[in-house]
Design a protein around this ligand. Structure first.
Ligand code: UDP
Length: 462
């Protein structure tokens, strides 16, 4: 048949856009033509990052230019519905062989169906997290405990997966409060009407959950990740956007450190910690005496009231780097000096840590991050929880310096962390093999592409 043409419709937030671009590159590398539908702002970003061979079709959000990942993240979800018409026009005009649409586009399955185009859904998370969320909604096990902090088991899943009520996302508890919650609910429903789901994950990371999803529940799913490993021309220093620190300066600093001696702290592209929480982290860093790269997302670098008094003077020359803004995360995680990652458990960060073979201190905040934490700590045993109990989309607060310092000490010095390091390095190796010819992710993608070709042929012969 002719070359496959795949349309991608990612949410314009960095945690979604970054893997979508990797996915586009992956499809290209396997001979498909790819086109990303996005906003003019993100189109500029994409071009700046040199993705010249990816086609771009721009659609304009009405009233507000929703970017996501910056100050206005998730503030204009309603605009998502206004995109349906322009996207349908594009589908009608180009008639691609497939539409890979983020789960946050609730109308995508129906729009694609109008033109007999298969819609693939992209959750941007693991099969494990999707399975936990589904069963939370189905069985509501958090209603069977008498206190917020009493652990309960999620029914009907492999393993004994436990949570406390306050760790369950508001949507999964049935609290639908705003436009964003509604988009999420409708998005989840629309995934059920999709042709299948693409996971940025790999089979060996969550085999029992993949088998259950595909074989027991009978769903179509393809595990084709980690997507960033499929793209060997990736710019590790300026992924998503230009880094706020010079690549060479960062590398020089890391090169001067011993292997596995530096802890890297980053809470992703959206999360906001309160000044008092930042203060607790700074105090914990001082207590631990370890060397760090700490990414702090503060718009004003001059105003550092959140730092304990005299912090900078006391820590000067003691191996602490603060990055204000955007860190070259992939570059940092893949440096031999980095020995642990304090992470908010965004799925991209989890995969990046696993692929780099770096054990984690897990500090989930919202979205499906508490579920990702469980996969890393209880199932794969490559992370230690900092102990955050409270799921919240608000500004984050509440983890005490002693708890943070304790987790840091455990991840850097204990026998258990040596075992974690061994396990996570092994998983990283498996991840790399998986994207090579003959590997699980490579083969799953081959199956998907073949299925799309077959779909194309069966519909064009009618
Ligand atoms: N990222 C980065 N520098 C930063 C913050 C984030 O490169 O300072 C990248 C990170 O490597 C990952 C993505 O942005 O690829 C964040 O996605 P994730 O799913 O971890 O979290 P989210 O930002 O969606 O909460």
């Amino acid at each position: 048949m002719d070359q496959l043409h795949i349309f991608l419709l990612p949410l314009t937030a960095y945690g979604h856009m970054i893997p979508a671009l990797d996915m586009a590159k992956l499809f290209l590398s396997r001979g498909a033509k790819t086109t990303i539908i996005t906003t003019p702002e993100f189109a500029k970003d994409i071009r700046q990052q040199g993705f010249d061979d990816i086609g771009i079709e721009c659609v304009k959000f009405p009233e507000v230019g929703f970017r996501g990942g910056d100050d206005d993240a998730f503030s204009s979800q309603f605009a998502i519905y206004a995109l349906q018409e322009p996207v349908e026009e594009l589908l009608e005009r180009f008639h691609p062989d497939c539409l890979v649409a983020d789960m946050f586009f609730p109308w995508a399955s129906d729009a694609a169906a109008k033109f007999n185009i298969p819609r693939l859904a992209f959750h941007g998370t693991s099969c494990f997290a999707v399975s936990v969320s589904e069963n939370m909604r189905l069985y509501r096990p958090f209603e069977d405990v008498s206190t917020d902090f009493e652990p309960f088991v999620v029914p009907d899943l492999p393993g004994r997966i436990t949570f406390s009520r306050t760790q369950v996302s508001a949507n999964d508890r049935g609290e639908i409060k705003n436009d964003f919650d509604k988009v999420l609910e409708e998005g989840i429903e629309s995934v059920k009407r999709s042709y299948g789901v693409i996971f940025n994950s790999f089979y060996e990371l969550e085999p029992e959950y993949v088998d259950r999803y595909k074989k027991v529940l009978g769903r179509k799913a393809w595990h084709v990740g980690p997507l960033f490993l499929c793209n060997n021309k990736i710019d590790k220093a300026n992924r998503g956007k230009l880094a706020s620190i010079d690549e060479q300066e960062c590398l020089k600093w890391l090169d001067s450190k011993n292997p596995n001696s530096v802890i890297y702290l980053c809470f992703g592209s959206i999360a906001e910690l309160s000044d008092s929480q930042l203060h607790e982290i700074a105090s914990a860093l001082e207590i631990s005496g370890q060397e760090f790269i700490w990414v702090v997302k503060k718009s004003s670098t001059a105003d550092e009231k959140w730092l304990p008094e005299g912090f900078k003077e006391r820590t000067k020359g003691k191996g602490l780097m603060i990055i204000n803004g955007w860190a070259p995360q992939l570059l940092i995680l893949n440096h031999a000096a980095v020995g642990a990652f304090v992470t908010h458990c965004g799925w991209n960060s989890m995969l990046e840590a696993v692929a780099a073979g770096v054990p984690m201190v897990t500090w989930p905040l919202f979205a499906e991050q508490f579920y990702n934490e469980k996969l890393m700590t209880d199932v794969l045993k490559v992370g230690i929880s900092v102990g955050n109990q409270k799921w919240s989309v608000e500004v984050h607060d509440g983890v005490k310096r002693e708890e943070i310092a304790m987790a840091l000490e455990r991840i850097m010095s204990n026998v258990e962390s040596l075992e974690m390091r061994r396990r996570v390095k092994e998983l990283g190796e498996i991840a790399r093999k998986g994207v090579e010819p003959g590997g699980s992710s490579h083969s799953d993608l081959s199956c998907l592409l073949q299925e799309l070709c077959d779909y194309h042929q069966s519909t064009s012969s009618k």
